[in-house]
Design a protein around this ligand. Structure first.
Ligand code: NDP
Length: 463
């Protein structure tokens, strides 16, 4: 049979996505660099094997797909994608479409979109890990509308569905727009995870709670405004027991976080865009600090461990996290607006909030309210939307109390604290950059604008 779509790269994500596509009734041709992987995949596809066309060469693969072809690449980002495209290009026709569904750097997607391949090209961010890919990911596309429309029936069928039934698959704009939105998603993912880890830290080191007690608290929070996949799984992680020895799992896991660099990309890009995203930056920094385990051990030997008793009720911590989360997302959406302007993408902010509501790692109930607030006015900072302004007013005192107690008692809370610092800077109409301008003019004659409107003024120090 002719397959309706093809997929290359039967690793963790590719095989899950291929099964999802086959399950939704679309015959799919698959190809993998290592042939045995393709054979095993087909054999293990069970009931779905009938919808899977295994192929052992690129020629066989291309010929197995109905024209005009649509081919999903699920190989590691970077050179492998370029190599795969290069190998495919001579075999394809101009109407065929290649979709890079890996975690590409959006600059690479911009480059590929403008390379002038013989065939068409889409970039597509896929979130939700293996489970999402298998049963419903969140999909963020970038490229030409006509190309997106050609595959949108498949993408809508395989995507996660929000509570109202809307598929979480959206074309975000031209070129690398989809991979850019995925990158911001990943940055926010880092930040959400870090804020949870900070709260876990004060509960463990300051409040003397056991992992199981902390797990119960997160489980309770997951019933309220913080309802989210990450709070839910953090509760489960905290409550799990090591099958070898019976200790809490958290007490046997080394405190050294891995990263594939996607949070770092977001932080770097934010600098290029001059978009302040301190909560995400703090989360990336914290992962880097976590990696320096030996250095931390030496420093603790020299200076002693900081944390002392943390005297705050956990309901205050819950409120602090609500405030921290809103501040973090407000920053993330501001960064998206900045990119939209720089790249001329017209990124649809409400749609982005909607596409993150299900299927992806940062899915949460709060994203429903964010989607509504951004629908009312996408230009306005999220924290100025009446719903969120009220929540901020209500919860900032708790964030301040928690961060103050953390700083006083030596509990690092970089993400939560930097969210608060951003908020305090943003609400200060008369800031302190007049001092910076004075300094710049003093040492470099850079000039400054005066409050009375005179531009390019200089101070008396040069005289
Ligand atoms: P895996 O390592 O599980 O699989 C990689 C696949 O790519 C394998 O099929 C491998 O084939 C193939 N491959 C590797 N190098 C090349 C090459 N040079 N040329 C052709 N094929 C190659 O990766 P994942 O499935 O985890 O990730 C795939 C993409 O999806 C990445 O961009 C990743 O960042 C992204 N992603 C991953 C998520 C996850 O949770 N894992 C979540 C979202 C996105 P072979 O069998 O021959 O080695």
């Amino acid at each position: 049979q002719q397959a309706q779509i093809g997929l290359i790269g039967l690793g963790t994500m590719g095989s899950a996505l291929a099964l999802n596509i086959a399950e939704k009734g679309f015959p799919i041709a698959v190809y993998n660099r290592t042939t045995q992987v393709t054979r095993d995949f087909h054999q293990e596809a069970g009931d779905l094997a009938g919808n899977v066309v295994p192929t052992e060469s690129l020629e066989e693969f291309v010929n197995a797909i109905a024209t005009p072809r649509a081919i999903i690449l699920m190989v590691p980002a970077g050179t492998p994608v370029d190599q795969q495209i290069e190998a495919l290009e001579p075999l394809l026709s101009p109407e065929d479409l290649v979709i890079d569904a890996g975690n590409a750097d959006f600059h690479d997607t911009n480059r590929r979109a403008n390379t002038g391949y013989k065939m068409q090209f889409l970039g597509m961010g896929v979130s939700g890990g293996e489970e999402g890919a298998r049963h419903g990911p969140s999909i963020m596309g970038g490229g030409r509308q006509a190309d997106w429309d050609r595959v949108s029936d498949v993408l809508n069928a395989i995507a996660a569905k929000a509570e109202d039934g809307t598929p979480c698959a959206t074309r975000m704009g031209e070129e690398g727009a989809g991979h850019f939105v995925k990158a911001v998603h990943n940055g926010i993912e880092y930040a959400d995870m870090q804020m949870i880890a900070e709260i876990y830290g004060v509960m463990r080191d300051g409040m003397g709670l056991s992992a199981a007690q902390i797990g119960d608290t997160f489980a309770t929070w997951n019933e309220g405004p913080l309802q989210s996949y990450l709070v839910e799984i953090s509760g489960k992680v905290a409550k799990a027991t090591d099958p070898h020895g019976g200790k809490p799992m958290l007490d046997v896991i080394l405190d050294k976080a891995g990263q594939k660099g996607t949070g770092r990309w977001t932080a770097i890009e934010a600098q290029h865009l001059a978009a302040p995203i301190p909560v995400i930056e703090a989360a990336v920094m914290a992962r880097n600090v976590s990696a320096r385990l030996e250095e931390r051990r030496v420093m603790q030997d020299r200076f002693g461990a900081a944390p002392q008793g943390f005297d705050i009720d956990s309901t205050v911590l819950e409120k602090a996290m609500i405030a921290g989360k809103i501040l973090c997302y407000a920053q993330g959406f501001t960064m998206i607006s900045a990119a939209s302007e720089k790249f001329g993408w017209s990124l649809p902010l409400p749609e982005i909030a909607r596409v993150w509501r299900a299927g992806c790692i940062i899915r949460s109930s709060m994203l429903n309210d964010m989607a509504e607030a951004l629908t009312e006015d996408a230009e306005r900072n999220l924290i100025l939307a009446p719903f969120f302004a009220n929540l901020i007013e209500e919860n900032i005192p708790a964030l301040r109390q928690a961060v103050a107690e953390g700083i006083a008692k030596g509990h690092p809370m970089p993400a939560l604290a930097s969210g608060l610092n951003w908020f305090d800077m943003m609400r200060t109409a008369r800031g302190t950059a007049n001092m910076i301008q004075g300094q710049r003019d003093f040492f470099g004659m850079h000039g400054f604008e005066r409050l009375d409107g005179i531009a390019d003024a200089h101070g008396p120090w040069g005289a």
